[in-house]
Design a protein around this ligand. Structure first.
Ligand code: GLN
Length: 207
């Protein structure tokens, strides 16, 4: 079962995309709900608000602990910011969960260009390029050596900017696949959760 961090953001869209991709999906607002899930999606929204609410609802430390223990997490847009080890242009009291060794810049594409759409070649997603919708999106300025770059913008003023990454069981995109009806990024994450769950079952069986 996959949870969607549900204190703020486009929770419904991610729940619907996960279900369409064949997974069981539930909103997560409390530590007891987090404990029930095998993977977590952190939606798009506003990372400053997410950060504050994660503290108020006492989810920050439990989410960090699950990340450290290898639970798969997928963050889109604000969710990407929440998975970044370092955030540029954040509010001073903003605090991410971390997990991916990367520097992310909030609202990076410029305030005039609030949102735009483009097609991306996405490593690990077969077939047509992924049509990506960016809404006041971050980009990734720097990644550590353990981070795989899965997609970069091609062409235009943001040419070459990194917009999708993976580090171990953590996946992040600057854009919103939950808004386009293209399920391939959610499919990828559902497979990551399935593989992590299978690995854990094998470990327990041989113990
Ligand atoms: N600009 C938002 C932030 O900094 C992210 C926007 C989004 O998730 N669509 O958190």
């Amino acid at each position: 079962m996959i949870g969607v961090f549900a204190l703020q953001g486009d929770v419904r869209e991610h729940v619907a995309a996960l279900r369409a991709a064949g997974a069981e999906a539930v909103p997560v607002r409390r530590p007891s709900e987090l404990a029930e899930v095998d993977g977590l999606v952190i939606p798009g929204g506003e990372s400053t608000v997410m950060s504050r609410l994660a503290t108020v609802f006492e989810l920050r430390e439990p989410i960090r602990a699950r990340i450290a223990s290898g639970m798969p997490v997928y963050g889109s847009c604000a969710g990407m910011i929440m998975l970044a080890s370092d955030v540029l242009d954040g509010r001073s009291d903003q605090e991410s969960f971390g997990g991916i060794d990367m520097v992310v810049r909030r609202n990076a594409f410029g305030r005039q260009v609030d949102s735009f759409e483009t097609d991306l070649d996405f490593e690990g997603v077969d077939g047509e390029p992924v049509h990506a919708v960016f809404i006041r999106a971050p980009w990734v300025e720097k990644v550590g050596s353990d981070v795989e770059v899965l997609a970069r913008v091609s062409g235009g003023p943001a040419d070459g900017r990194i917009v999708a990454v993976r580090q171990g069981n953590l996946l992040a995109t600057s854009f919103h696949p939950e808004l386009t009806g293209d399920l391939r990024v959610h499919d990828l994450f559902v497979r990551m959760v399935q593989e992590a769950t299978d690995d854990r079952a094998t470990e327990e069986a041989v113990r």
